[in-house]
Design a protein around this ligand. Sequence first.
Ligand code: AMP
Length: 179
Amino acid sequence: MTSANDDLKALVRTIPDFPKPGIQFRDLTTLLLDAAGFRATIDRLVASVDGKVDLVAAIDARGFAIGGAMAREMSAGLLLVRKDGKLPGNTIAEDYVLEYGTDRLAMHVDAIASGNRVLLVDDLIATGGTALAAARLVERAGGQLIGARFIIDLPDLGGSAKLRDKGIEAMSLMEFPGG
Ligand code: AMP
């Protein structure tokens, strides 16, 4: 699907050396600002999903913008997977490794009814640490993870391969080489 989305890829801005030297930050805010580009992004992600989705599990924070629009379009519910400490009810949490240190994602323990078909959504997959932590939460909460969708894959960082190794069907609209 990659070359089919060159129109959308052209709307992603690359900012070198953010947030630190050596990182090529793939900035989606320019894609989201483009009305036709945003609509096409959501339409194409939705079209890539087969079968019924009960819940879209969107990852804090850019995942919320994309997952929210997808859930509305798919008549699915929206599950917010948040950074730790933000949710008011009883939560479960999973740690994941960042380049320096760790971070923690959380979700409400009662957010998923047993057997719900859940689609994971985030803006970008790099090393896959974030998406795998969210996948563990969905599975711990009794959800059936039917796949994962991203706008951007950085395949050289290995995250999408890790998801597939775990049997999670993963698809992105576009890829960028390197990290
Ligand atoms: P990871 O856990 O390594 O797969 O990182 C994924 C998360 O980090 C996503 O939520 C992205 O928003 C963010 N991220 C990682 N690398 C980049 C990058 N090069 N450009 C933009 N966002 C990034």
